[in-house]
Design a protein. Structure first.
Length: 172
């Protein structure tokens, strides 16, 4: 099939562009994941510091009634949920793997040194672009769940600070 191989070689520069774009899309996903994780850790640290300040300096109740224990219990439960959400963000489920790179061994054994004629550069770039796009699509499901976890982390952290502030204001 010389004509098919020649056709792939003809579009080699275009396949290179497709490959670079698919690689950039994976890099963008990786950057988004890293950003969410970094901001999640920073926000959780802020919430922890604010909680320690509020509880340590502002909470000196002389009379602990049912409302005190209710507010403290809800705020403490929110602290646990916040930590669980942070862990979910940092350590996602092992059933969903993050794909962002191909190993050199897999490329050489499965793509370059095959039993069929060796691929042209155009064929190789086309196959890589398609594989990277497939990896991006697979990552999108996990990334969607992590985005939801990140939003809930912000909501729960904000609610936690609000509950501790309400407790200090009402009972402190």
């Amino acid at each position: 099939m010389p004509s098919a191989r020649a056709g792939l070689a003809k579009y080699e520069d275009l396949y290179r562009i497709a490959y670079l774009e698919s690689q950039r899309a994976l890099d963008d996903q990786q950057d988004e994941l890293k950003g969410m994780r970094d901001r999640g850790v920073q926000f959780t640290a802020f919430v922890g510091a604010a909680t320690a300040f509020l509880v340590g300096t502002g909470l000196h109740p002389t009379h602990r009634d049912a409302s005190f224990y209710f507010l403290a219990g809800v705020a403490s439960a929110l602290s646990v949920v916040l930590i669980l959400l942070l862990l979910r963000l940092l350590i996602p489920s092992s059933s969903k793997l993050w794909h962002y790179r191909l190993s050199a061994k897999a490329l050489i054994a499965g793509w370059i040194e095959t039993d069929v004629p060796p691929p042209t550069e155009g064929h190789f770039l086309k196959a890589l672009a398609e594989k990277y796009d497939q990896m991006r699509e697979e990552n999108e499901g996990l990334l969607g769940w992590l985005r939801i976890s990140y939003r809930w982390l912000i909501i729960v952290g904000t609610a936690q600070i609000t509950m501790w502030a309400a407790l200090v204001w009402a009972k402190g």
